[in-house]
Design a protein around this ligand. Sequence first.
Ligand code: ADP
Ligand code: MG
Ligand code: MG
Length: 250
Amino acid sequence: MALLEVKDLQVRVEEREILHGLTLTVNEGQIHAIMGPNGSGKSTLSHVIAGKPGYEVTGGQILFKGEDLLEMAPEERAARGVFLAFQYPVEIPGVTTMNFLRTALNAQRKARGESELMVPDFLKKVREVSKSLNIPQDMLKRGVNVGFSGGEKKRNEVLQMALFEPSLCILDEMDSGLDIDALRIAADGVNALHSPKRAMVVITHYQRLLNYIVPDVVHVMSKGRVVKSGGKELALELEASGYTQFEDAA
Ligand code: ADP
Ligand code: MG
Ligand code: MG
């Protein structure tokens, strides 16, 4: 069974149709890249999957593990294994990264019907996970994303992703504004967390990220649809020829 099936999805934002019949299937454990010019609807798709308010689905379906995702509240989607890493992570002064992670993880465990993790168990888990991902412990004592470098913000997201144990991770332009070191940290994290049980959907405008994360499938979006899908070589073709060839296809 497919992990995620998006079928003929039509979405409106403020009375304007943004996605015009988008179809996409992701199987368990696959890495998919979604590429496309600015404004083609990549972020809209990721927001609709995560359940962000403000989007009106006017047609089509999204199935996750065979169930109707659009019927679920955003928290329920997260609890069932959908994780969306944001393009611009928010800063939360006054809340340590450690406390933020514990609150978020426990909210998710609760939604899954699991018991709350007590502080010592949580600390043990965080230590294990951060060690395996080479994340320095002192980062966890600082306010969430406050004064974090681009690389630290990415580490923080990768840590969240690891703790939540999602089965589908969507990374929306995680490479925007990153220098090459931060890009590597983010890509290494994604590669470390990818597994036969965990699929990754990597949204990017540039081919560069795909030098570090090798996708099984590459999709090109243009004007609210997937207009072409192929193997990893499609990303290289795009790098050479640009997106203009797809402008009329949509
Ligand atoms: P991408 O991520 O591929 O750059 P987006 O999904 O952000 O594309 O945007 C797709 C289109 O939807 C754009 O034309 C954008 O202007 C429009 N759009 C996105 N969000 C909103 C919004 N909240 N209100 C109005 N238009 C929006
Ligand atoms: Mg954009
Ligand atoms: Mg976007």
